[in-house]
Design a protein. Structure first.
Length: 311
Protein backbone atom coordinates (compact mmCIF):
# COMPACT_ATOMS: atom_id res chain seq x y z
CA UNK A 1 0.00 0.00 0.00
CA UNK A 2 1.44 3.33 -1.04
CA UNK A 3 1.75 6.12 1.54
CA UNK A 4 0.49 8.75 -0.91
CA UNK A 5 0.32 11.42 1.79
CA UNK A 6 4.11 11.33 2.18
CA UNK A 7 4.97 12.00 -1.46
CA UNK A 8 6.84 15.20 -2.18
CA UNK A 9 8.28 16.87 -5.27
CA UNK A 10 11.84 15.88 -6.19
CA UNK A 11 14.46 18.51 -5.38
CA UNK A 12 16.44 20.04 -8.24
CA UNK A 13 19.57 17.94 -8.81
CA UNK A 14 18.02 14.86 -7.20
CA UNK A 15 17.88 11.93 -9.66
CA UNK A 16 14.70 9.93 -10.33
CA UNK A 17 16.32 6.87 -8.77
CA UNK A 18 17.09 8.83 -5.61
CA UNK A 19 13.55 10.20 -5.49
CA UNK A 20 12.20 6.65 -5.64
CA UNK A 21 14.65 5.47 -2.97
CA UNK A 22 13.67 8.32 -0.62
CA UNK A 23 10.00 7.54 -1.23
CA UNK A 24 10.56 3.85 -0.44
CA UNK A 25 12.26 4.85 2.80
CA UNK A 26 9.36 7.18 3.73
CA UNK A 27 6.83 4.46 2.90
CA UNK A 28 8.72 2.00 5.11
CA UNK A 29 8.68 4.46 8.02
CA UNK A 30 5.00 5.08 7.48
CA UNK A 31 4.22 1.35 7.50
CA UNK A 32 6.51 0.48 10.45
CA UNK A 33 6.10 3.46 12.76
CA UNK A 34 2.98 5.29 11.61
CA UNK A 35 4.78 8.64 11.61
CA UNK A 36 2.83 11.79 10.80
CA UNK A 37 2.87 13.07 7.21
CA UNK A 38 4.68 16.29 8.24
CA UNK A 39 7.44 14.27 9.92
CA UNK A 40 7.86 12.07 6.86
CA UNK A 41 7.98 15.09 4.57
CA UNK A 42 10.70 16.66 6.72
CA UNK A 43 12.73 13.43 6.35
CA UNK A 44 12.23 13.58 2.59
CA UNK A 45 13.33 17.22 2.44
CA UNK A 46 16.46 16.44 4.46
CA UNK A 47 17.41 13.54 2.19
CA UNK A 48 16.58 15.43 -1.02
CA UNK A 49 18.84 18.27 0.16
CA UNK A 50 21.68 15.84 0.83
CA UNK A 51 21.15 14.09 -2.52
CA UNK A 52 21.34 17.42 -4.35
CA UNK A 53 24.52 18.39 -2.49
CA UNK A 54 26.12 14.99 -3.17
CA UNK A 55 25.06 15.15 -6.82
CA UNK A 56 27.12 18.30 -7.24
CA UNK A 57 30.15 16.25 -6.21
CA UNK A 58 29.33 13.29 -8.43
CA UNK A 59 28.26 11.05 -5.55
CA UNK A 60 24.91 9.24 -5.32
CA UNK A 61 22.86 9.28 -2.14
CA UNK A 62 23.20 5.54 -1.52
CA UNK A 63 27.00 5.65 -1.97
CA UNK A 64 27.83 8.57 0.35
CA UNK A 65 30.83 7.98 2.60
CA UNK A 66 31.48 8.88 6.21
CA UNK A 67 33.65 11.79 5.02
CA UNK A 68 30.93 13.05 2.65
CA UNK A 69 28.39 13.22 5.44
CA UNK A 70 30.80 14.90 7.86
CA UNK A 71 31.58 17.56 5.25
CA UNK A 72 27.88 18.11 4.54
CA UNK A 73 27.01 18.48 8.22
CA UNK A 74 29.94 20.82 8.80
CA UNK A 75 28.91 22.97 5.83
CA UNK A 76 25.32 23.19 7.03
CA UNK A 77 26.48 24.15 10.51
CA UNK A 78 28.82 26.76 9.02
CA UNK A 79 25.86 28.29 7.18
CA UNK A 80 24.17 28.98 10.49
CA UNK A 81 22.06 25.85 10.94
CA UNK A 82 21.14 25.58 14.61
CA UNK A 83 22.70 22.79 16.68
CA UNK A 84 19.26 21.30 17.31
CA UNK A 85 18.45 21.32 13.57
CA UNK A 86 21.79 19.67 12.79
CA UNK A 87 21.05 16.99 15.39
CA UNK A 88 17.65 16.37 13.78
CA UNK A 89 19.29 16.14 10.34
CA UNK A 90 21.80 13.59 11.63
CA UNK A 91 18.93 11.57 13.11
CA UNK A 92 17.30 11.47 9.65
CA UNK A 93 20.54 10.31 8.03
CA UNK A 94 21.04 7.59 10.64
CA UNK A 95 17.57 6.19 10.00
CA UNK A 96 18.03 6.31 6.25
CA UNK A 97 21.42 4.57 6.09
CA UNK A 98 20.39 1.94 8.65
CA UNK A 99 17.40 1.28 6.42
CA UNK A 100 19.73 0.80 3.40
CA UNK A 101 21.88 -1.66 5.38
CA UNK A 102 18.80 -3.55 6.56
CA UNK A 103 17.49 -3.78 3.00
CA UNK A 104 20.85 -5.01 1.72
CA UNK A 105 21.38 -1.89 -0.42
CA UNK A 106 24.79 -1.21 1.14
CA UNK A 107 27.16 -3.03 3.50
CA UNK A 108 28.08 -0.28 5.95
CA UNK A 109 26.44 2.58 7.82
CA UNK A 110 28.40 5.81 7.10
CA UNK A 111 26.74 7.55 10.09
CA UNK A 112 27.97 4.97 12.63
CA UNK A 113 31.03 6.97 13.73
CA UNK A 114 29.44 10.43 13.56
CA UNK A 115 28.88 11.89 17.00
CA UNK A 116 25.67 13.83 17.54
CA UNK A 117 26.14 17.51 18.50
CA UNK A 118 25.66 18.18 22.19
CA UNK A 119 22.33 19.81 22.91
CA UNK A 120 22.19 22.21 25.84
CA UNK A 121 18.98 21.63 27.69
CA UNK A 122 16.82 24.72 27.61
CA UNK A 123 16.25 26.20 31.05
CA UNK A 124 12.56 26.56 31.91
CA UNK A 125 11.20 30.09 32.10
CA UNK A 126 10.23 30.96 35.63
CA UNK A 127 8.88 33.98 37.51
CA UNK A 128 10.48 35.98 40.27
CA UNK A 129 8.84 35.87 43.68
CA UNK A 130 7.67 39.45 43.16
CA UNK A 131 6.09 38.50 39.81
CA UNK A 132 4.32 35.54 41.43
CA UNK A 133 2.89 37.86 44.09
CA UNK A 134 1.62 40.23 41.38
CA UNK A 135 0.05 37.36 39.44
CA UNK A 136 -1.68 35.92 42.51
CA UNK A 137 -3.12 39.33 43.39
CA UNK A 138 -4.47 40.00 39.87
CA UNK A 139 -7.91 38.29 40.10
CA UNK A 140 -10.87 40.35 41.26
CA UNK A 141 -11.80 38.52 44.48
CA UNK A 142 -15.08 40.42 44.85
CA UNK A 143 -16.46 38.18 42.10
CA UNK A 144 -17.00 34.38 42.44
CA UNK A 145 -14.94 33.68 39.33
CA UNK A 146 -12.09 35.87 40.60
CA UNK A 147 -12.13 34.21 44.02
CA UNK A 148 -12.04 30.81 42.32
CA UNK A 149 -9.10 31.87 40.16
CA UNK A 150 -7.21 33.25 43.17
CA UNK A 151 -7.66 29.93 44.97
CA UNK A 152 -6.54 28.01 41.87
CA UNK A 153 -3.45 30.16 41.38
CA UNK A 154 -2.52 29.89 45.05
CA UNK A 155 -2.83 26.10 44.93
CA UNK A 156 -0.98 25.85 41.62
CA UNK A 157 1.99 27.73 43.05
CA UNK A 158 1.83 26.27 46.58
CA UNK A 159 1.81 22.63 45.43
CA UNK A 160 3.64 22.80 42.08
CA UNK A 161 0.75 21.11 40.28
CA UNK A 162 0.38 20.71 36.56
CA UNK A 163 -2.63 22.64 35.23
CA UNK A 164 -4.18 19.32 34.15
CA UNK A 165 -3.82 18.00 37.71
CA UNK A 166 -5.38 21.15 39.14
CA UNK A 167 -8.54 21.14 37.01
CA UNK A 168 -9.03 17.39 37.58
CA UNK A 169 -8.81 17.68 41.37
CA UNK A 170 -11.82 16.10 43.10
CA UNK A 171 -13.27 17.31 46.41
CA UNK A 172 -12.49 14.02 48.16
CA UNK A 173 -8.82 14.43 47.24
CA UNK A 174 -8.33 17.61 49.31
CA UNK A 175 -7.97 17.59 53.09
CA UNK A 176 -7.86 21.21 54.21
CA UNK A 177 -7.60 20.41 57.92
CA UNK A 178 -4.36 18.53 57.25
CA UNK A 179 -3.26 20.81 54.43
CA UNK A 180 -2.67 18.09 51.84
CA UNK A 181 -4.02 17.07 48.44
CA UNK A 182 -3.95 13.69 46.73
CA UNK A 183 -2.96 14.20 43.10
CA UNK A 184 -3.10 11.77 40.18
CA UNK A 185 -0.24 12.69 37.87
CA UNK A 186 1.35 11.34 34.71
CA UNK A 187 1.20 7.60 34.22
CA UNK A 188 -1.70 7.50 36.71
CA UNK A 189 0.84 7.89 39.53
CA UNK A 190 -0.56 9.15 42.81
CA UNK A 191 1.23 11.52 45.17
CA UNK A 192 0.40 13.50 48.31
CA UNK A 193 1.39 17.16 48.23
CA UNK A 194 1.29 19.76 51.01
CA UNK A 195 -0.93 22.73 50.22
CA UNK A 196 0.34 25.38 52.62
CA UNK A 197 -1.58 27.73 54.89
CA UNK A 198 -2.04 30.53 52.36
CA UNK A 199 -3.53 28.24 49.71
CA UNK A 200 -5.76 26.58 52.35
CA UNK A 201 -7.08 30.01 53.36
CA UNK A 202 -8.02 30.94 49.77
CA UNK A 203 -9.56 27.56 49.00
CA UNK A 204 -11.71 27.84 52.15
CA UNK A 205 -12.85 31.33 51.13
CA UNK A 206 -13.76 30.01 47.66
CA UNK A 207 -15.64 27.01 49.06
CA UNK A 208 -17.70 29.13 51.48
CA UNK A 209 -19.77 30.77 48.75
CA UNK A 210 -18.11 31.27 45.38
CA UNK A 211 -18.25 27.60 44.39
CA UNK A 212 -22.01 27.32 45.08
CA UNK A 213 -22.60 30.57 43.19
CA UNK A 214 -20.85 29.09 40.15
CA UNK A 215 -22.59 25.72 40.41
CA UNK A 216 -26.09 27.25 40.70
CA UNK A 217 -27.58 24.16 42.25
CA UNK A 218 -25.75 21.66 40.02
CA UNK A 219 -23.62 19.01 41.76
CA UNK A 220 -19.99 18.37 40.82
CA UNK A 221 -17.14 16.24 42.17
CA UNK A 222 -14.55 18.80 41.07
CA UNK A 223 -13.11 21.29 43.54
CA UNK A 224 -12.94 24.02 40.92
CA UNK A 225 -15.90 24.58 38.60
CA UNK A 226 -16.70 26.93 35.72
CA UNK A 227 -19.35 29.60 35.22
CA UNK A 228 -21.38 26.97 33.37
CA UNK A 229 -21.39 24.70 36.43
CA UNK A 230 -19.02 22.33 34.68
CA UNK A 231 -15.41 21.16 34.82
CA UNK A 232 -12.88 23.79 33.77
CA UNK A 233 -10.68 22.81 30.83
CA UNK A 234 -6.97 23.37 31.25
CA UNK A 235 -7.00 25.48 28.07
CA UNK A 236 -9.67 27.78 29.51
CA UNK A 237 -7.80 28.22 32.78
CA UNK A 238 -4.52 28.80 30.98
CA UNK A 239 -6.22 31.57 28.99
CA UNK A 240 -7.21 33.18 32.30
CA UNK A 241 -3.64 32.93 33.62
CA UNK A 242 -2.43 34.85 30.58
CA UNK A 243 -5.07 37.53 31.19
CA UNK A 244 -3.86 37.92 34.76
CA UNK A 245 -0.23 38.01 33.62
CA UNK A 246 -1.11 40.89 31.30
CA UNK A 247 -2.95 42.68 34.10
CA UNK A 248 0.07 42.18 36.39
CA UNK A 249 2.37 43.53 33.63
CA UNK A 250 4.47 40.38 33.61
CA UNK A 251 6.73 40.41 30.55
CA UNK A 252 8.04 37.46 28.57
CA UNK A 253 6.71 34.11 27.48
CA UNK A 254 4.53 32.14 29.87
CA UNK A 255 3.83 28.45 29.43
CA UNK A 256 1.25 26.27 31.20
CA UNK A 257 4.12 25.10 33.42
CA UNK A 258 5.36 28.58 34.41
CA UNK A 259 3.98 28.53 37.97
CA UNK A 260 5.12 24.92 38.40
CA UNK A 261 8.62 26.01 37.36
CA UNK A 262 8.43 28.96 39.76
CA UNK A 263 7.39 26.61 42.59
CA UNK A 264 10.39 24.33 42.02
CA UNK A 265 12.88 27.12 41.34
CA UNK A 266 11.93 29.07 44.47
CA UNK A 267 12.16 25.92 46.61
CA UNK A 268 15.67 25.22 45.32
CA UNK A 269 16.67 28.88 45.72
CA UNK A 270 15.64 28.68 49.37
CA UNK A 271 17.68 25.52 49.98
CA UNK A 272 15.17 22.70 49.50
CA UNK A 273 16.65 19.23 48.98
CA UNK A 274 16.40 18.12 45.35
CA UNK A 275 14.91 14.75 46.34
CA UNK A 276 12.09 16.54 48.15
CA UNK A 277 11.41 18.72 45.09
CA UNK A 278 11.40 15.57 42.94
CA UNK A 279 8.72 13.97 45.14
CA UNK A 280 6.61 17.12 45.23
CA UNK A 281 6.68 17.47 41.45
CA UNK A 282 6.03 13.77 40.88
CA UNK A 283 9.12 13.29 38.72
CA UNK A 284 10.03 9.65 38.25
CA UNK A 285 13.68 10.45 37.49
CA UNK A 286 15.85 12.82 39.54
CA UNK A 287 17.62 13.98 36.36
CA UNK A 288 14.37 15.69 35.32
CA UNK A 289 14.38 17.68 38.56
CA UNK A 290 18.08 18.57 38.37
CA UNK A 291 17.41 21.26 35.79
CA UNK A 292 16.19 23.47 38.64
CA UNK A 293 19.67 23.49 40.14
CA UNK A 294 20.86 24.99 36.84
CA UNK A 295 18.11 27.60 37.03
CA UNK A 296 19.25 28.52 40.52
CA UNK A 297 22.88 28.74 39.38
CA UNK A 298 21.91 31.05 36.51
CA UNK A 299 20.11 33.30 38.98
CA UNK A 300 23.21 33.42 41.21
CA UNK A 301 25.35 34.32 38.20
CA UNK A 302 23.02 37.20 37.31
CA UNK A 303 23.08 38.46 40.88
CA UNK A 304 26.88 38.29 40.88
CA UNK A 305 27.12 40.25 37.61
CA UNK A 306 24.78 42.94 38.93
CA UNK A 307 26.09 43.34 42.47
CA UNK A 308 29.76 42.34 42.48
CA UNK A 309 32.21 45.21 41.75
CA UNK A 310 34.04 42.99 39.25
CA UNK A 311 30.98 41.07 38.05
Amino acid sequence: MKALSTQTSPAAGCSEGEVRLIQRFADALWMERGLAANTLMSYQRDLSGLATWLGGRGVSLDRATHADLLEYLAERFGQGLAVRSNARLLSTLRRFYRYLVREGLRQDDPTAEIEAPRLDRALPHSLSEKEVDSLLEAPDITEPIGLRDRAMLELLYAAGLRVSELVALNSDCVNLSRGVARVIGKGNRERLVPIGDEAVKWIERYLKGARDALLRGVSSDRVFVSRKSATITRQAFWYRIRLYATAAQIQGHLSPHTLRHAFATHLVNHGADLRVVQMLLGHRDLSTTQIYTHVAKERLKRLHRVHHPRG
